[in-house]
Design a protein. Structure first.
Length: 366
């Protein structure tokens, strides 16, 4: 099998955008609408929405690679790096490193890409991984292969260029990245398209021993931010993780040839999905802020604690809703107090009950 980097036109990618003109137009509309929703939030709510988006991205980009991070640990690390109250200190170095990467990508979005930037990012995501050469290109002599299947029955999905080629390939990649940026001599004006190409290009080189997927998605976010002229507020990895198998299939297909029309089409639709999810989050944050402003003085400390805990889950809501048993566990209240508090929340239209008797659960009425 011949891969894209083995072909004579590498890396002269070509593609047809006629199939996704409508998707690109819709994306521009949704991006503008999400920006308007964000501006409608208070400064505190804007910060909260920004932190939430980075936490989701950190968790999901790791989950795509099979690494599960605690939301609580990532949130704590993110808030600590921002100099905010955490209420929880984590010892998980992986969560610390991934949270630091999210902030680094956001804070340096306008900067040119360099080898040292990529090395710095790699050191961050390899925090807590002892057996990986962090902050340097891979050097091993054996082929870098993407495989699946049991030992002895492996299926090779892709083989990247040899380690000896990496310095040259990455020098060409960083030049391309900076040359196609806004204001560059070969600017690609549609940021979502440039983001798709950057991701496929980087993943095809696969320059690191480990962590290539997470760095590749960080590069895609950097591209989107450069196109906006501000940090992008979406979680691309959340959209991708929900279609993880499709993601790997699309990558595999895209690495067979330098006609990348199908890959660009698939990726742009993922950016569109991510932007829709971001719009949903900003709308949720606005409703949450209004809810707190409306009911804050009506609730006791236990009820406020429960409301905050449920709203921490974001638009997806508290898993299974709130029950008297969960209420007792979280607040330490007696059964009678928990039942009374929950009924009061329902009577005031703050909670909506479902089920009945012992199986009654409550969801927030936003």
């Amino acid at each position: 099998m011949s891969y894209n980097w083995q072909q004579p036109d590498w890396p002269a990618f070509h593609y047809d955008l006629s199939r996704i003109e409508e998707a690109l137009f819709t994306l521009a509309e949704k991006t503008g609408r999400a920006s308007g929703l964000l501006k409608g939030l208070t400064a505190d709510a804007q910060l909260e929405a920004t932190i939430e988006m980075m936490v989701v991205e950190a968790i999901k980009t790791s989950a795509i690679e099979g690494e599960l991070l605690s939301r609580k640990d990532v949130m704590s690390s993110m808030r600590k790096n921002l100099g905010l109250e955490t209420g929880h200190l984590t010892g998980d170095k992986r969560a610390q490193g991934t949270a630091a990467l999210m902030l680094a990508v956001r804070n340096s979005f306008a900067d040119s890409l360099s080898e040292e930037t990529l090395f710095d990012w790699h050191r961050l995501i390899m925090t807590g991984h002892r057996h990986v050469a962090a902050g340097q290109w891979r050097t091993h002599a054996e082929p870098m292969q993407v495989v699946s299947g049991a030992v002895g029955h492996e299926q090779v999905h892709f083989e990247a260029p040899s380690s000896s080629r990496i310095p040259e390939e990455m020098a060409r990649f960083t030049h391309w990245f900076n040359d196609t940026a806004p204001g560059g001599s070969n600017e690609i004006r549609k940021a979502a398209v440039r983001s798709a190409i950057a991701h496929l290009y980087f993943e095809s080189i696969h320059p690191f021993e480990d962590g290539n997927g997470r760095i590749g998605r960080a590069l895609s976010e950097k591209v989107l931010s450069q196109g906006l002229g501000r940090p992008a507020l979406l979680s691309l990895s959340r959209a991708i993780e929900a279609k993880r198998n499709d993601y790997y299939d699309a990558l595999k297909e895209g690495q067979q040839s330098n006609d990348i029309t199908l890959w660009v089409t698939w990726f742009v639709n993922m950016v569109l999905e991510a932007q829709s999810q971001a719009e949903e989050l900003f709308d949720f944050t606005l409703k949450k802020t209004r809810l707190f402003d409306r009911v804050r003085d009506q609730l006791n400390e236990r009820q406020i604690q429960i409301l905050r805990r449920m709203l921490e889950e974001g638009p997806d809501d508290f898993e299974g809703g709130m029950s008297a048993k969960k209420y007792m566990t979280i607040t330490g209240a007696s059964k009678a107090t928990a039942t009374r508090d929950l009924q009061d929340l329902a009577d005031n239209g703050i909670f909506v009950p479902t089920g009945g008797g012992r199986s009654t659960h409550y969801r927030i009425n936003l």
